[in-house]
Design a protein around this ligand. Structure first.
Ligand SMILES: Nc1ncnc2c1ncn2[C@@H]1O[C@H](COP(=O)(O)OP(=O)(O)OP(=O)(O)O)[C@@H](O)[C@H]1O
Ligand SMILES: [Mg+2]
Length: 491
């Protein structure tokens, strides 16, 4: 296999952080090369250097054995490097078609050739089996569909090198499978793929080679066949990870939340009960109504019908503020967009959600604020651990930790978590599980929406499966199995 891309001694620093230190990396034709490492290890920074978003401080880049300069995104696209970045990059007011060609529209004599672009788009959608309606505004697409849009945009460019930075974090099981099929197809055509994921099972399904980054340095770069899962984890975190899921002794208490005959959009008729100290899993595939349910319970969407009882008394949740007043908080699925004020600091983002706790007669109690923010940073291992750090510049996984931290430090009695561990590295995941378990032990009730069936089975006391807006089944801990969850999700 001939070499496509080679990086030599690449370094990159940001104020206070050495994100990459003398990184060597190479990619061959037809190779799927996985890049793994903890949150903040430098994966996305490396990707951004290859795709021209950032410029390396030092080091050399070779493309097809020629030394090249990649100073901006156009240089990368010109060489044939196409990237699906970790964060969602879609323009909400534009249509799917406009989004697809935002950076390479076809035109002649200043006229944009919509017909040509439409035909190209349809051709590529058919080729890869990804179907989106071209005239729909991007804002109306679900998070997974937005990700597919981003992937399609990269595929349109007929790249020689395709970079996927955590593409499946926003995808469902079926879409992930489709993506894998397409990635393998591209590999067979000789395209080199750089693949980033925190789901190591995915690495084992796809990769030929694995490079592990830790604190901005390459720890190892080896064929996958020479590595075990435990080897990879050990290289990532620098030590062995013993127990992944915490041992939970579940003693659910009295019912805290009752939902009766709830209807909204896709939700046809949902009834459920949630107990104190319980972790209730909500499973289902895309379109089953899981996020709609969460949004209704948090007051983002108004139900058409149905009653919600808190401790036996009916409550009306018309806005998120009503929900928060009733002790209900929500960690949303699209954490970056819905959960954070990116231009502000970690301190600001955590404080703003907890003003009641840290003010007295309307005056901010600075020492309380410091204590709370530092504790959150410590509990969630937010890295770098600086309260004043701008959230925008945290790595993707660390941004997610801030969202979860900001809601969890509150005195909530019900925590709704929508895909809380997507995009979070193994070490932090296991820590997140410990926290969930601790919350439950403290008597908080948790609704855990997850597409990771293993996570549901290992963490929950009970799992409710939704299918097409209805409860298709309920499983008690003694009945848990992945097969049953899949069966109930799709039967
Ligand atoms: N623009 C920036 N300004 C300041 N620091 C930055 C910037 N971009 C990245 N960093 C820092 O560089 C380090 C590497 O971040 P990077 O986003 O590459 O991590 P990652 O491996 O992609 O992590 P994740 O798995 O969470 O996505 C982190 O410490 C991050 O905070
Ligand atoms: Mg990243």
């Amino acid at each position: 296999m001939s070499e496509m891309l080679r990086l030599e001694e690449i370094s990159k620093s940001f104020p206070g952080v050495r994100a990459l230190k003398n990184v060597n990396f190479s990619l061959k034709r037809g190779e799927i090369h996985a890049l793994v490492g903890e949150n903040g290890a430098g994966k996305s920074t490396l990707v951004k250097i290859i795709s021209g978003v950032y410029k390396a401080d030092s080091g050399r880049i070779f493309f097809e054995n020629k030394k090249v300069k990649i100073d901006n995104a156009n240089d990368a696209v010109f060489l044939g490097i196409s990237t699906v970045h970790q964060s969602l990059v879609v323009f909400p007011d534009l249509t799917v078609l406009e989004n697809l060609f935002i950076d390479n529209y076809s035109s002649s004599k200043g006229l944009i050739k919509w017909k040509v672009m439409r035909e190209k788009a349809v051709h590529v959608m058919n080729e890869f089996g990804i179907h989106l309606s071209l005239d729909q505004e991007a804002r109306t697409l679900s998070a997974p569909a937005q990700k597919l849009l981003q992937i399609l945009r990269a595929l349109l460019k007929k790249a020689k090198v395709l970079i996927l930075d955590e593409p499946t974090a926003a995808l469902t099981v079926d879409e992930t499978e489709l993506l894998f099929k397409n990635v393998k197809k591209l590999k067979n055509r000789g395209i080199g793929v750089i693949y980033i994921s925190h789901l190591l099972e995915e690495i084992f399904q796809l990769a030929d080679k694995v490079t592990v980054l830790r604190n901005g340095e390459v720890v190892t770069s080896q064929p996958l066949s020479e590595l075990t899962l435990a080897d990879i984890v050990k290289n990532m975190i620098g030590k062995e990870l013993r127990s992944y899921y915490p041992k939970r002794e579940s003693k659910p208490g009295p019912v805290i939340l009752t939902v009766r005959n709830l209807r909204k959009g896709i939700l046809k008729n949902i009834s459920l009960k949630l107990r104190k100290g319980e972790i209730l899993g909500i499973a289902g595939i895309l379109g089953a109504g899981r996020t709609t349910l969460a949004k209704v319970l948090f007051g983002i969407l108004k139900p058409d019908k149905g009653t919600i009882l808190l401790n036996g008394k009916e409550i009306k949740i018309k806005t998120p503020l009503d929900a928060i007043d009733n002790g209900i908080v929500y960690v949303p699925e699209d954490k970056q967009r819905q959960g954070l004020i990116l231009r502000e600091s970690v301190r600001f983002n955590i404080s703003i959600a907890n003003l009641k706790t840290i003010t007295k007669h309307g005056i901010l109690d600075l020492s309380k604020e410091n204590f709370m923010v530092n504790k959150a940073i410590h509990d969630f291992e937010i890295d770098p651990p600086f309260p004043g750090f701008q959230v925008l510049h945290l790595s993707g996984g660390n941004q997610q930790k801030v969202v979860i931290a900001k809601w969890s430090v509150r005195n909530a009695s019900i925590i709704i978590m929508d895909e809380p561990t997507q995009g979070i590295d193994v070490g932090s995941k296991s820590q997140m599980y410990n926290l969930m378990s601790m919350f439950a032990k403290d008597g908080k009730a948790i609704i855990l929406i997850s597409s990771d069936f293993n996570e549901l089975i290992n963490m929950c006391d009970r799992i409710i499966v939704l299918r097409k807006g209805m409860v298709s089944g309920e499983l008690d801990k003694s009945e848990f199995s992945i097969d049953k969850v899949i069966y109930l999700s799709t039967k």
